[in-house]
Design a protein around this ligand. Structure first.
Ligand code: 523
Length: 157
């Protein structure tokens, strides 16, 4: 009798866990200092080689975006950061070979403040402190362009 099936009864807590567990996040860091924002030039994959991004990476299973970003910026740039409140907007990524029924992977951006260390490119080709004008003219990965207008406004404040 379907109506009496425990498995089909809506249990709000359980639904929340399932939904949260199916979303994957890539967290990108917006590090602003002295009217400029840090961008990093990707070396891979070939389709993104040479393009600039807000550095970051994939959250591992069970890891929040901010925690993942702190780890990634330590691995990639050698800095310790404090992560702020997420910026508006997100971009759905299309990972090749995504399992059917699996949730989306979302690119999200967070402001990050350097607490210790000076950024060094250990996995990127180069780093650049970009002005508002640089953001308009340098080749950024398409996904990251979403945040350019908001950042330009911030940098010009
Ligand atoms: N993006 C992206 N913008 C952006 C980042 C950090 C990542 O569009 N600012 C995309 C690029 C990849 C995917 O997100 O399609 C994963 O980013 P990646 O490769 O930087 O994440 P990693 O380092 O966790 O991935 P692996 O190298 O595979 O471990």
């Amino acid at each position: 009798v379907i109506g009496e099936s425990v498995a089909l009864r809506p249990v709000p807590g359980m639904v929340a866990v399932i939904v949260e567990g199916s979303v994957r996040e890539v967290a990108a860091g917006v590090v602003i200092r002295g009217g400029r924002v840090l961008i990093a030039q990707r070396a891979h994959p070939p389709s993104l080689d040479g393009l600039w991004e807000f550095p970051g990476g994939k959250a591992e299973a069970g890891e929040s975006g901010p925690v993942a970003l702190r780890r990634e910026l330590h691995e990639e740039l050698g800095v310790t950061v404090r992560v702020g409140d997420r910026l508006d907007g997100e971009v759905e990524l299309d990972p090749p070979g995504r399992a059917q029924g699996a949730g989306p992977t979302l690119l999200r951006a967070y402001p990050a403040t350097i607490e210790a260390g000076e950024p060094r490119a250990t996995e990127h080709r180069a780093l650049h402190w970009a002005s508002a004008e640089d953001l308009a003219r340098m080749p950024l990965v398409d996904n990251d362009r979403l945040w350019i207008p908001a950042l330009q406004a911030l940098l010009r404040e």
